[in-house]
Design a protein around this ligand. Sequence first.
Ligand code: 2HA
Ligand code: ZN
Length: 271
Amino acid sequence: MAELITNIGFVKELAATADNMYKHGWDERNGGNISYLIPEEEVAEHIDITKVRRTIPLGFNAKELVGKYFLVTGTGKYFKNVNGDPETNLGLFRIAKDGINAELLWGYVDGGKFTSELPAHLMSHIERLKVDPENRVVMHTHPTNLLAMTYVHELDTKKFTHTLWQMSTECIVVFPDGVEVLPWMLCGTNEIGIATAEKMKLARVVVWALHGIYGAGKTLDETFGLIETVEKASEIFMKTAHLPRLNTITDSQLKELAGLFKVEVRKGILS
Ligand code: 2HA
Ligand code: ZN
């Protein structure tokens, strides 16, 4: 059964997403990581869930996620290679009953393990599931213009969000909850995981200044689209920030947009 899993929907979907992100130029070398929560019934259709191949310590306690299954990109692995060899570059595991171990059911066949950013991923899943029980995806990547923007724009959540909303008409509709901004922090640690998850209580996008972005959503497509929209806005910013600004989308126009599309806009940003 297990050898057929590379043909399975959720594996193909994650591999295609990683490939697409690589082709956007966001995931150089081993940059970026994705975690995808898969319902047990769906996993059990394709894999023998009683056959644990390896037990890997998580390095933190994820008791809120006990019994849940995640398909996750591997540490040190390159997004450009996922499509060609999912079984080496991805792994599917269950959070063990003790909450501190991962039970590997498929993948990481070269002896590898999950991304070093797993704390930020799982802690973000925990928080997003409280806000939206249908949240299944957490995605981290290094979008070029967003990264550039964090070098030249104030790292204030409200100001950063306001600037992005002004950079293209659809932004306030796609991310009415805004973006949360974290200052530079050491990546791959439980500390940045805790800080990211704290921000995920408030928004589906968390910017890691001078590093990249985290996005969360129900599906891979939706989460990719969210990050893509933020990145596009950042690109417009980077193309115009050094030029005289003659026109802008005003706050009252942003409010009109929110009204038309019936989205609840984060308070305290529009005047
Ligand atoms: O896994 O992007 O933040 C590679 C990274 C670390
Ligand atoms: Zn990164």
